[in-house]
Design a protein around this ligand. Sequence first.
Ligand SMILES: Cc1ncc(COP(=O)(O)O)c(C=O)c1O
Length: 474
Amino acid sequence: MIDKDFREGDAKTNVFGSDAMMQPAPVDKIPEGPTTPQIAYQMVKDETFAQTQPRLNLATFVTTYMDEYATKLMNEAININYIDETEYPRVAVMNGKCINIIANLWNTPETAPWKTGALAIGSSEACMLGGIAAWIRWRERRKAQGKPYDKPNFVISTGYQVVWEKFAQLWQIEMRTVPLTLEKTTLDPQDALSMCDENTICIVPIQGVTWTGLNDDVEALDKALDEYNAKTGYDIPIHVDAATGGFILPFLFPETKWDFRLKWVLSISTSGHKFGLVYPGLGWVVWKDKKYLPDVMSFSVNYLGAEISQVGLNFSRPAAQILGQYYQFIRLGFEGYKNIQANSLGIAKYLHQTVAAMPEFQPYSTEVPNPIFTWLMKPEVQKTAKWTLFDLQDKLAQKGWMVPAYTLPANIENIVVMRVLCKQGFSRDMADQLLNDIRFAIKELNALEYPTTTRIAMEKNVPLSAKTFNHTGK
Ligand SMILES: Cc1ncc(COP(=O)(O)O)c(C=O)c1O
């Protein structure tokens, strides 16, 4: 039947029969006129269509699976701006409840009904807030002592995540890095202390080093720092970057002391959107007590008729993640989180064992404290193989898996590793599928007659830098 009202481009147009589908998508200029929602939807959707499935993205630390109810709740809150506290007062209260729950998971000694912490867009903002607080506390102390306060520094291992480089650059605070080596795979407390002086605002151990998945020994650092502070009269504190470990340690290793049970740990940051099991972007930072959060970091604003006090680098931000986090706390409880994290860790250990038994590979570390597993080629295999882990990465990508190969940080940058992150949504069966695809890819790569371009580059000592092949994917 002919529809007399049909107009080209209206909602009745078959999307793929429309004129718009013959046009390139806008790159520089806003289109002159509107199009139908169906066409606009299809164009935007298709722009990302060729990407992998998020659950096959084993490169990311960030949550790629939440259940239906969590997704529904978050979608329903998509139009809520967190900062509109007057309009959405319950969201602000829910935020406070999340901070309380996290502070208690980290054994806060604070007794006030509302613990001291802040919401962030991710660990990056949370790390910045922890670092800034340490800097301001140091500055105030120096001012009070009549000492100069223009040359602050902080100490961290070379396994730091890029946020700490941003922190150093943006606030002009010197970053002193303790080298990681094959022998010292995590932050060595004595090496860290040897870099400290009266201008050190804090030391930053990491729980779940981005590159390797290992944990710095915060308890040993705290002990060594206690002696050091007593000897020098300094008051250098610890900020723990627990982007990953903050939601692993309390559930799987509650006996390990890395948190507020330790004397010098005054602040901790984590990503709610990693093992907090919430879609991005969500981060949290908690201070041991209100007195460690400088007053100047709480900005009081008269906003839409109410006086609100806010700690954060952003102002407007989505509230949906707060609902997602609170839902997960209620839905899963301690036991539920423990089961999910134990499964993720169990699958990581299974992969670790199985990959380590393959003749081509060796694990980077015998320990798997977080659901992250890194491996490398055996040096003797690397000598003769016609391929590299970058080629394996490409082969696996052809099957939809995102498994990054990358070079390690300074001092060990000639080592290429591959990393898998096991998260909620990655089952033992999927791990077996991945292992089969790895075996199949290796068979093909071992049968190559000529070396691959990355192998030739390696031979010629072309630095295998982030720019050349690195897709760490974070
Ligand atoms: C140790 C560490 N710190 C900070 C970050 C930054 O986290 P986000 O992506 O949540 O900003 C990451 C991210 O991987 C990390 O691993």
